[in-house]
Design a protein around this ligand. Structure first.
Ligand code: PFF
Length: 448
């Protein structure tokens, strides 16, 4: 593999760019809304700070020690059963492309809403709802157009490679994203709705925490941190040797959590302030929010433009990290040029993305509905609730049991200091047990 190294700050921003994505600004607020707020947020936070943080270090370590694409890194480092461990990497690589099938469609919606924000915002929630539903259910050509635009943008960045593409993109977009979200949060702080938003996010109502909410919260912790599928691993393979993995993990986890909480508080403040519903589902930022921005008058238009740009930035920096593991794999395995690898990987999510998009439409929805969900929702559910936590479980076992403790200690022992044994204990016992419980619950073997 031809290695182009990230700079230190470039790596942290790229890893944070991967983590901070649609998961933080689009998904987190609406699932927190759907599952009742406080208790859900708490389970998510505890998972992120304990298991999430520990597995983040483990995943970085696999890339850092392996120095190859996700599949080859596992294969190279595994002391035995090499080809089986390779599959752990392969599963992650595919999970990324599967996520991309709906992720690119959602980025398309966002690009469409940037255009809307520049023109006329919907003047009521009802109007906003009907506009979003029309886009989703009836506007096939518009959706394909924006999905195509999203595919072109993502591919154009990826063909430039690690340094000139991914690193540069993150160096520019991430600071802008922080400024926009931070600025809008400060404004939200001045509104009365803020205290209601705070209560909604942080006062747990335990009766709302059923086992489904629990599983979704754990799954989301993985999704939002980009864990368990090799995105962070693939980036870490291009790290300069002298980087401190523990510190880098800490920055990424902290930035991701801060942005999710700021975005959530900001959004719910606006919703409460203007009397809109927090439990609107996936349409939350596309229905309730545009109507709220309309209510704000001229300032609202500026906010709408900034908000949807921030959302697009968050989405794009994550999308490149979702596709790069497959791109790197194709380059390593088949000796493809980067350009060809991007066309193959991008072509896959582009075409399957069209199926995902069609599964939301009135015309093709029935055909693409299986059991309780349509194709779009199944991909989201299977990847976030199952594939990522399962990938995380395998990573915890890999570092906790398969790689000699001496080698692990040599890489992160010094920077973890006395926390090393706590971290190692979480990887060996806490994370596997928690994740196995989640998996069994998902498979319907146990309920709680
Ligand atoms: N973390 C991204 C988000 O919150 O939107 C999504 C994601 C990116 C998941 C990369 C997994 C991944 F490997």
């Amino acid at each position: 593999m031809k290695i182009a190294h990230f700079s230190r700050i470039g790596f942290i921003l790229a890893a944070a760019g991967s983590a901070v994505g649609l998961g933080n600004i689009w998904k987190f607020p609406y699932i927190a809304g759907e599952y009742g707020g406080g208790a859900f947020v708490l389970v998510y936070l505890v998972t992120v700070l304990s298991i999430g943080f520990s597995i983040m270090i483990a995943e970085m370590l696999i890339g850092y020690l392996g120095r190859m694409d996700a599949a080859k890194s596992f294969e190279k480092l595994a002391p035995s059963n090499k080809s089986r461990w390779r599959l752990a990497g392969m599963m992650g690589i595919w999970a990324g492309l599967l996520i991309m099938t709906f992720y690119s469609v959602v980025i398309g919606w966002i690009l469409h809403y940037i255009v809307v924000a520049f023109s006329a915002l919907p003047s009521s929630v009802a109007e906003a709802e009907s506009a979003f539903n029309t886009l989703l259910h009836d506007s096939i050509i518009t959706q394909i157009f924006y999905h195509t635009l999203s595919f072109i943008l993502i591919s154009a960045i990826l063909v430039r490679g690690i340094k000139a593409g991914i690193e540069k993109l993150n160096l520019i977009l991430m600071p802008m994203l922080f400024i926009i979200v931070g600025g809008m949060f400060l404004y939200a702080l001045t509104l009365d709705g803020f205290s209601q938003a705070w209560d909604f996010m942080f006062s747990p109502d335990w009766s709302k925490l059923n086992s489904e909410a629990f599983v979704i919260a754990v799954g989301h912790a993985f999704f939002t941190l980009s864990l368990g599928m090799g995105a962070i691993l693939t980036y870490s393979a291009s790290l300069p040797k002298e980087v401190n993995l523990v510190k880098s993990s800490l920055y990424v986890v902290a930035l991701d959590t801060i942005i999710a909480l700021l975005a959530g508080l900001m959004l719910f403040t606006f919703l409460y302030q203007y009397g809109a519903e927090p439990s609107k589902g996936p349409g939350l930022v596309f229905i309730s929010l545009p109507a709220v921005f309309y209510e704000m008058g001229t300032l609202g238009n500026a906010f709408a433009i900034l908000f949807f740009f921030a959302l697009a930035f968050a989405g794009l920096t994550s999308a490149v990290s979702l596709t790069e593991p497959m791109v790197q794999y194709l380059i390593d395995k088949f000796d493809m040029t980067r350009f060809k690898a991007v066309v193959v990987a991008g072509g896959f999510f582009y075409l399957v993305g069209i199926i995902a998009l069609l599964s939301n439409t009135t015309a093709y929805g029935d055909m693409l509905h299986f059991g309780s969900k349509n194709f779009f929702d199944w991909v989201d559910y299977i990847t976030a609730a199952f594939m990522l936590p399962f990938g995380g479980l395998l990573m915890a076992i890999f570092i906790g049991y398969k790689i000699p403790k001496k080698q692990v200690f040599a890489a992160v022992g010094k920077s973890l200091g006395r926390a090393f044994s706590v971290w190692y204990f979480i990887l060996r016992y806490i994370a596997p047990v928690a994740l196995i419980i989640v998996m069994l619950n998902l498979l319907g073997v146990i309920t709680f």
